[in-house]
Design a protein around this ligand. Sequence first.
Ligand SMILES: Nc1ncnc2c1ncn2[C@@H]1O[C@H](COP(=O)(O)OP(=O)(O)OP(=O)(O)O)[C@@H](O)[C@H]1O
Ligand SMILES: [Mg+2]
Length: 349
Amino acid sequence: MSKIKLGVIFGGMSTENEVSVASATSILNNLDREKYEIYPIYIGKDGIWYEYEEMGEKREFGQSVKQDKKIPDVMQYLKNLDVLFPVLHGLYGEDGTIQGLFELLKVPYVGCKVLASSVGMDKVYTKIVFEKAGLEQAKYVYVRKYKDNYIYVDSQFNEKVMSLDEVAEIVQQKLKYPMFIKPSNSGSSVGINKAKNKEELEKNIEFAAQFDNKILIEEGIVGQEVECAVLGNEEVIASYVGEIRAADEFYSYDAKYKNEASKTDIPADLPEEVAEKIRKQAIKAFKAIDGKGLSRVDFFVEKDTKKVYINEINTLPGFTNISMYPKLFEASGISYKELLSKLIDLARE
Ligand SMILES: Nc1ncnc2c1ncn2[C@@H]1O[C@H](COP(=O)(O)OP(=O)(O)OP(=O)(O)O)[C@@H](O)[C@H]1O
Ligand SMILES: [Mg+2]
């Protein structure tokens, strides 16, 4: 049997380029080389695509890809491959844009299609779809930056232009402190802050607006932060539930990637019925956005009530061998290598 030509695409034009390189390094070191002929493809932050030449047995990926060849005709190059694995996080990788390119080329690819990718990337639209699915989530307000002002968008999409001060007033009427202020399109916690009073709220709205004109303000949930991995197309399975113990006040970019004191526990310290509820909700959320292949679904479990709140869905979760997604399935009996093969099989289904 001839080998399957697999394109592994990593790097990318988002703030998560380095995270993607780390994910791809693990993937390239674990793929079954008997089964796949591997074509590593690096996208620079500037959007230039390179054919990445692997060197030696242990594939170490530095930030520099100078020695690699530019791909002159990306569309033609991709068309010659049997299946593509986008190992990209954030904008232009996880948001449906690159998935649209793969659709145009009619080449199968790992993971969610265009719609699920873009809904999952946009925090406001994720909320709207989860609401429809009856999933419990933190209360929220949606505003947009508009010239020097803001547009408050109500639950029926009625809009009203107002000043920052007026927005903060409305938000205070609707939500309790502490609040989390997030750019609607972001990842790895970039642009996200916590506010405990009006002054911080206003400052953090202005800050979030630098990353996206769509801004989500949410009521903070006090409790455990837990994650569940899902895998499948029509028949979807859910992993054990894992727990994040952030070293910072919340799971910020630094806490995620720089602070060694951030810990993960598998399984999470939860009553079995709560974990089971989370697994069911993870599958429901994945189906609600029309997910395919894989996703990691994140939740909060409120300290006093043990009530489950869904936070978000990540359609291309971190994939280093210490990342939550592969670790959750490893604990559930599917090795990293097997997981990669399953994802590629699902793409080719
Ligand atoms: N409503 C909330 N209540 C309590 N903590 C929150 C809330 N929203 C966000 N946080 C904290 O902020 C962190 C980042 O928020 P969120 O997960 O929405 O952002 P992200 O950038 O999408 O992260 P990811 O890399 O997982 O996509 C969370 O992991 C959590 O620690
Ligand atoms: Mg998150």
